[in-house]
Ligand binder design. Structure first.
Ligand SMILES: *Cc1c(COP(=O)(O)O)cnc(C)c1O
Length: 408
């Protein structure tokens, strides 16, 4: 019994029995540790960690980070509503994203956010117009595309010339000069976010160097900034990646910012929650195919989209290790799509009824979940020591149909 997999002190099969499967399970201690690792690495008082809400937007997780002193990076009005509901501080919240609507801008201005990370000239104009209408001045930073290669998956690389994010490096001065002429904008910073799941952090330092050149050039043109925001992107270990060296990254940033008055903002998402969560799922069938064997489980791509979306690797373990020899299998869900797999070509010993743990599912799992195939979204549980509590109950089929009209 001792080698049964646990989250903190709680055996996972016990959680499966109590709350049902599929189930997201989070470790409060792991969340705290991940946050403290940032807080202890970035010790200059002028650093603000803004947790990127889209990685996992559960209110209990947001509340936990708010209590640790975190700020927030949001990409929608809905995420701002979550931050406020969880007791987060609007004045420590920054608003990123390429498509902010007028209603979202208005809501954020009314709440008094720290700044907008602006991604285009028309967005500058729109924020200026809304701020004029509300009779206020909007704090803004420009998201500049530093054109460095993050060496990550193309779908999560955002710092190259050819993608939709940010303002081109060559256009930066012109964009700031445009912003400086708009009376309802107050320029406070510069930011970038070059990609996600970076295990080598040198592209982030390269981006910092490129932005600092711009900071000087802007100062020469009379535009003095208060902060520099390097975005998120620090990777986690899913499989056999290198562990990114956060302390070295912090040290390098500190050296680069020495002698400036710039406050530092970071927007980590994945690295704060990714390895604090897992998805547990029950084996429904073992199916022996002609060419492949399948372990069919009750979790699917609607619960964890990353394997289907970017061929992402998630380690999978049987929570109750089986003595028999492992088989080579694909772990797949019940959804009617060939892309519905959680893992391919893995060695696994499992039998019907076993509870499997899909690891590293704290980030971009629950927050990306959908109802495809009319599957209710799974429940979420927080574990702290030997305690556990439901932080989101499982959706019901009735809820899934509740908004539909005119069908009888
Ligand atoms: C997604 C995102 C983040 C968080 O990225 P991680 O790789 O999860 O750390 C930060 N900033 C912006 C603008 C983002 O879009």
């Amino acid at each position: 019994m001792t080698d049964i997999l646990r989250c903190e002190a709680v055996p996972l099969p016990q959680l499966a029995a109590e709350y049902g499967t599929p189930l997201y399970v989070y470790s409060e201690q792991a969340l705290t540790q991940a946050y403290q690792q940032y807080a202890h690495s970035f010790t200059t008082p002028n650093t603000l960690i803004c947790y990127a809400v889209k990685a996992n937007s559960n209110l209990s997780i947001l509340k936990h980070f708010a209590q640790l002193g975190s700020g927030f990076d949001i990409v929608s009005g809905g995420e701002l509503a979550r931050v406020l509901a969880a007791g987060g501080d609007a004045s420590k919240t920054i608003f990123s994203g390429v498509g902010k609507s007028e209603a979202e801008i208005e809501f954020a201005l009314q709440q008094g956010i720290l700044c907008f990370n602006v991604e285009s000239l028309p967005e500058l104009d729109r924020i200026n117009t809304v701020a004029f209408r509300l009779g206020c001045v909007a704090p803004i930073s420009l998201r500049i595309n530093p054109d460095v290669d993050a060496h990550t998956h193309p779908y999560i690389s955002t710092g190259l010339k050819a993608n939709k994010f940010g303002i081109a490096y060559a256009d930066a001065l012109m964009a700031y000069q445009h912003a400086a002429q708009l009376p309802h904008l107050h320029i406070v910073g510069i930011d970038c976010h070059i990609g996600s799941q970076l295990t080598d952090l040198s592209p982030l330092v390269e981006a910092l160097e490129r932005l600092l050149l711009l900071v000087d050039k802007l100062a020469d043109n009379g535009i003095v900034l208060q902060h520099i925001d390097l975005g998120g992107g620090v990777g986690i270990v899913y499989h056999n990646e290198n562990v990114p060296d956060l302390a070295a990254y912090a040290q390098s940033i500190r050296q680069h910012l020495q002698g400036t008055n710039l406050k530092l903002i970071l927007e980590p998402g994945r690295s704060l929650v990714g390895n604090a969560g897992m998805l547990i799922t029950r084996v429904e069938y073992i199916k022996k195919g002609e060419q492949k064997n399948f372990v069919i489980v009750d979790a699917a791509m609607n619960d964890l989209m990353r394997p289907a979306l970017y061929q992402a690797y998630h380690r999978i373990e049987n929570t109750t290790p089986r003595p028999q020899a492992p088989m080579l299998v694909d772990v797949v869900g019940p959804i009617c799509e060939t892309g519905d797999f959680l893992a391919q070509d893995r060695k696994l010993a499992a039998q019907t009824g076993d509870i499997l743990a899909v690891m590293s599912a704290g980030a971009y799992a629950a927050s990306m979940a959908s109802n495809y195939n009319t599957r209710p979204r799974a429940a979420e549980v927080m574990v702290a020591g030997s305690q556990h509590r439901l932080i989101r109950r499982r959706e019901t089929i009735t809820e899934l149909m509740a908004n539909e009209r005119d069908y009888v």
